[in-house]
Design a protein around this ligand. Structure first.
Ligand code: ADP
Ligand code: SR1
Ligand code: MG
Length: 406
């Protein structure tokens, strides 16, 4: 089918042309609503009028950036990578990915399960919801996806094929290079310039050469390291959950990149939320839960990644008999420490980009009181700076918690 931009009327005609979906709704009348609140795409919920339990999600990429408008062209092929990533992740760790009912690269569309009993994690964290299973679920997702798409599990030729499959996602990788690692740390027209103007904190950040030099190291890692298939935008707006279930959505930034990037994204979002509660609600219990969640997520990731590695036979990296057990243990432990270090560095960049950069988050931009918002921004930049300057000497999760608490 030739590509056309859908709207809340044509999306209904479109899905009725897909036999399985037409069968699913049968003779029911359906209605569609646009519910997208992300920066890039359009998301429709299509529901039966006769049976409220029958609903599904249709997500379509349009050839521009939604949050800016048609003046910011962005090719709709980003949905091709979202489809490919969802399909791969589904195979590796099915229970954390919504059911996929239909995908079309030509129409840049994915039709998927409507997560009706789940909410976006960012909103839940702002509302001080406790998710007792989140650290367990997300560490399983991270360990499985990162391990099984890395050279620790894949044969050399399969890994290179995987890189090829995602190598074309150039525009979204460039968005991250620009918006996560660059523009937010210098004068730029895309920044939140209302806030940058006459703001000593912005001047300090933009003039902080020690910080910016380290950011370059991390940007270079992002641009060149091909460790595993990553989600590429795993902030708390890309997770939908309730107390029992966790789903990862929206992997259109996926490519074969550094192990630490997704872990860093989550760490940064949890820390920004911690700062929000420190400044705005002062809720000590909730802050404790956030720290516990960070600690558990990182610890469990470590253990689960190790376990998968221990169980792996026929690695293309380490041939049986190549080194003895004790040398191998040392190698594995260094390997995991390096992932932790990179995660902390990326987290620092990702925290800091939310202060003056184009894509703000509710935890900071949503603080109405200007004085409190400035306090939160200062604290975020302090922690982010320490993360970025010290990332390559971090040796333990406790050190990370100490930096946040201080
Ligand atoms: P974008 O690519 O524009 O960031 P997202 O994939 O993040 O779009 O989706 C935007 C919003 O649509 C989400 O924040 C969520 O509220 C809603 N949404 C997306 N997928 C689903 C789903 N499977 N079930 C329910 N709501 C969804
Ligand atoms: C201009 S793109 C802004 C941001 O939205 C996405 O969610 C990514 O985080 C990207 O950096
Ligand atoms: Mg999104």
């Amino acid at each position: 089918m030739k590509y056309k931009v859908l709207n809340k009327n044509s999306v209904i005609n479109y899905i009725y042309e897909i036999k399985e979906i037409a069968d699913y709704f049968g003779t029911d009348e359906v209605e569609a609503k646009e519910i997208g609140d992300g920066n890039l795409n359009f998301v429709y919920i299509v529901s039966s009028l006769q049976n409220k339990n029958k609903s599904l999600i249709v997500k379509q990429a349009v050839p521009y950036l939604r949050c800016v408008g048609e003046d910011f062209p962005l090719s709709r092929e980003r949905m091709t990578y979202e489809i490919r990533a969802l399909t791969k992740f589904k195979k590796i760790t099915s229970k954390f990915i919504p059911k996929l009912y239909h995908t079309s690269e030509q129409m840049s569309v994915v039709v998927m399960q409507y997560l009706d009993e789940h909410i976006i994690l960012r909103g839940g964290l702002i509302d001080k919801k406790i998710y007792p299973n989140f650290s367990d679920h997300i560490s399983t997702y991270l360990a499985r996806v990162l391990f099984y798409t890395s050279s620790l599990a894949l044969q050399s030729c399969d890994k290179r094929e995987l890189i090829d499959e995602f190598n074309g996602n150039v525009e979204l990788c460039k968005l991250t290079e620009d918006f996560v690692f660059t523009f937010a740390f210098m004068e730029n027209e895309t920044n939140d310039n209302e806030n940058v103007k006459n703001n000593p904190l912005a001047n300090m950040l933009f003039d902080d050469m020690e910080f910016k030099e380290k950011v370059l190291e991390l940007k270079y890692k992002f641009m060149t390291q091909t460790d595993a298939l990553i989600h590429g935008d795993l902030h708390t707006g890309s997770i939908m959950l309730n107390k029992d279930e966790t789903y990862v959505i929206d992997p259109e930034f996926a490519f074969v990149g550094p192990f630490g990037f997704d872990i860093g994204a989550l760490l940064s979002n949890l820390v920004n939320n911690y700062v929000h509660h420190h400044i705005v609600t002062g809720d000590q219990e909730y802050k404790k839960w956030l720290l516990k969640t960070i600690e558990e997520m990182l610890k469990m990731f470590d253990e689960k990644f190790f376990d998968l590695w221990d169980a792996q036979e026929n690695s293309s990296l380490i041939l049986d008999g190549y080194i003895d057990d004790s040398a191998l243990e040392k190698y594995k432990s260094k390997f995991l420490t390096n992932i932790l270090r990179d995660s902390v560095g990326f987290a620092g960049c990702k925290m800091a980009r939310r202060v003056f950069g184009v894509a703000g988050v509710e935890e900071i931009r949503g603080i109405k009181d200007k004085g409190l918002r400035a306090k939160a921004e200062k604290m975020i930049l302090q922690i982010a700076r320490e993360f970025v300057l010290k990332y390559d000497s971090i040796n333990s999760i406790e050190q990370i918690i100490e930096i946040i608490e201080r």
